[in-house]
Design a protein. Structure first.
Length: 157
């Protein structure tokens, strides 16, 4: 009985950690759900395309980080990359960074333009906003492509 419960618990945890459709499964040639979807993972931009009658992720294209400097960034900070500490240091509406799916975005300019209201974006400032973003926009191409326009670069550890 104890072995059965342990096996069941392990399977349940594994199914949650490696959920289908998670950003970890995005790689060139893998199946996707809707043409036009964009996913930026590990500094590469993948687009869902229809090829030979099947929907698959395109070959990843390197995404250039934005040249916009942070209001709080120090000149030497660029050398250490976009860490969670740097994201947390940009937790105000005047400099709003968030991490989503392993990338860092500067959403400062998007706060006033967001159709869901300013509060939706301000709540992401200085945090890992992956769960909140996916809860509202999973599988939607327009939010994904809009988000891509605010990319700073990959989150480093």
């Amino acid at each position: 009985m104890k072995k059965t419960f342990t096996a069941f618990a392990f399977a349940l945890v594994l199914s949650v950690v490696v959920a289908p459709g998670s950003s970890a499964s995005v790689k060139a040639g893998a199946t996707c759900k809707k043409a036009g979807l964009i996913n930026i993972t590990g500094g590469l931009k993948y687009t869902c395309v229809k090829k030979s009658g099947k929907l698959t992720w395109s070959k990843g294209v390197a995404v250039k980080p934005s040249a916009k400097p942070s209001v709080t960034a120090k000149p030497s900070a660029a050398a250490i990359g976009y860490t969670m500490a740097r994201v947390k240091a940009n937790a105000k509406s005047s400099s709003c960074w968030t991490a989503i799916n392993g990338n860092v975005y500067d959403l400062t300019a998007w706060i006033k333009a967001h159709p869901g209201g300013e509060g939706s974006i301000i709540s992401l400032c200085g945090t890992d906003g992956t769960q909140d973003f996916l809860a509202m926009h999973r599988g939607q191409s327009k939010p994904e492509s809009r988000l891509a326009s605010y990319l700073l670069g990959p989150l480093t550890k």
